[in-house]
Write a protein that binds this ligand. Sequence first.
Ligand code: HPA
Ligand code: ZN
Length: 340
Amino acid sequence: MTAAPSAWLNALPKVELHLHLEGSLEPELMFTLAKRNGLSLPYDSVEALRSAYQFGSLQDFLDLYYQGAEVLRTEADFHDLTMAYLQRCHAQNVMHVEPFFDPQTHTDRGIAFPVIINGICSGLTEGFERYGISSHLILCFLRHLDEAVAFETLAQAEPYLDRLVAVGLDSSEHGHPPEKFSRVFAKAREMGLRTVAHAGEEGPPEYIWTAIKDLQVSRVDHGVQATEDESLLAYLAETQIPLTVCPLSNTRLCVYDRMQDHPILRLLDQGLCVTVNSDDPAYFGGYMTENFQALADALKMTAEQAIALSDHAITASFACEQRKHQMRERLNAVSLPTST
Ligand code: HPA
Ligand code: ZN
């Protein structure tokens, strides 16, 4: 069977469930916002900035990611960031998105919580009106910070609960297991929010277990280290707890040396609910289509597998049943590519 071709992959209706809005900040927009806010960047040009994007680990990346986010100051900045992402989604036939944002990255710099959430939400509203892209927003806590400040952030979010679907957990994984935030996540669940968490990106399978058991997540973000634990693989296959997998992120952060080593299609064939996502597309070399394309190129992903991955993302989303039905109808209408 031949691998799915790129124009077909771009046209494939898609859903994105693992995307950090701050990680969609392209160098061009970073320079524009720096200028608009009277800031200078420690790079001479967009090219110089892009060429700094060489990472040996998650932490290497996070250092640049937090530095880049410093240009985000006003409601208009957060709006423009969100709209730039949704424009890319529209061009790649992404129907529905559930982006993350990291309020602490901004409130720690003195940006008020309402500035951040109002800017993002006005972007999401405009994206729906203009492109028909539906969305639900997820607030992530930075796991390298302590529990007390996560509670403070949750309190700041309380007036905006109607704009949030879930809380998540991101940033440096090693040494910061999910259970560090058990009480914060319990409180978030009491407030009616769902939960997701990054686990098993670089960290061990135990972190995936505790994300599931202690934080009671609806989905695991990344989760690829489950391959190191047979009983966890069986559990994920049985429960169908989804994994939001990010192939280009995993190779750019050296979780796998080569895309040929990536386990996503093996996990798909073993019956796990795996999905494809872009994570931080401005830093990792591509959005949704490029991630699917990388799997077609390196792993000979077939059109049927691409459709199955997209179908899993619809199932794994927090969209209402009616919206899921609409999205499935679009996916079911896709015809297979003629062989090349
Ligand atoms: N992992 C953990 N934290 C993050 C990431 C990631 O890939 N991107 C932005 N914050
Ligand atoms: Zn992520």
